[in-house]
Design a protein around this ligand. Structure first.
Ligand SMILES: [Zn+2]
Length: 117
């Protein structure tokens, strides 16, 4: 039996035993990976694979990390805008900056709301 046939047979076996196909691919051979219970396996290499997150997908576990990143960014922007407001004398520009501040504050509020969930 060729390697390809073997890997197809293993894929079928994985699926039969309730494994799910993942979006991730094997770093060695590029085959789609399967999750069987707590193990991720490559049907072609026939071994366990440890998935290293590339940042393309946002798994649930890092939701709070992402949100605190956003929060940091928003706080940084708020600081920037606030510094500019302090130095700005032009009223029309102050209005624009005020709108900007209010927008960032809205974002901040939303981020903190989501974090509480
Ligand atoms: Zn592989």
């Amino acid at each position: 039996m060729s390697g390809d046939e073997e890997s197809i047979k293993r894929m079928a076996d994985f699926l039969k035993s309730g494994a799910t196909m993942l979006f991730e691919h094997c770093p060695q051979c590029g085959s789609p990976l399967f999750k069987l219970q707590d193990e991720v396996r490559c049907p072609k290499c026939d071994k366990r694979v440890v998935i290293v997150k590339t940042g393309e997908e946002i798994p649930d576990v890092s939701k709070s990390d992402l949100l605190s990143d956003v929060e940091d960014t928003v706080l940084f922007k708020l600081q920037e805008v606030s510094d500019r407001v302090r130095e700005e004398k032009d009223v029309s520009k102050l209005v624009a900056l005020g709108n900007l501040l209010s927008t960032w504050l809205d974002v901040l509020e939303k981020v903190r709301e989501i974090q509480r969930v």
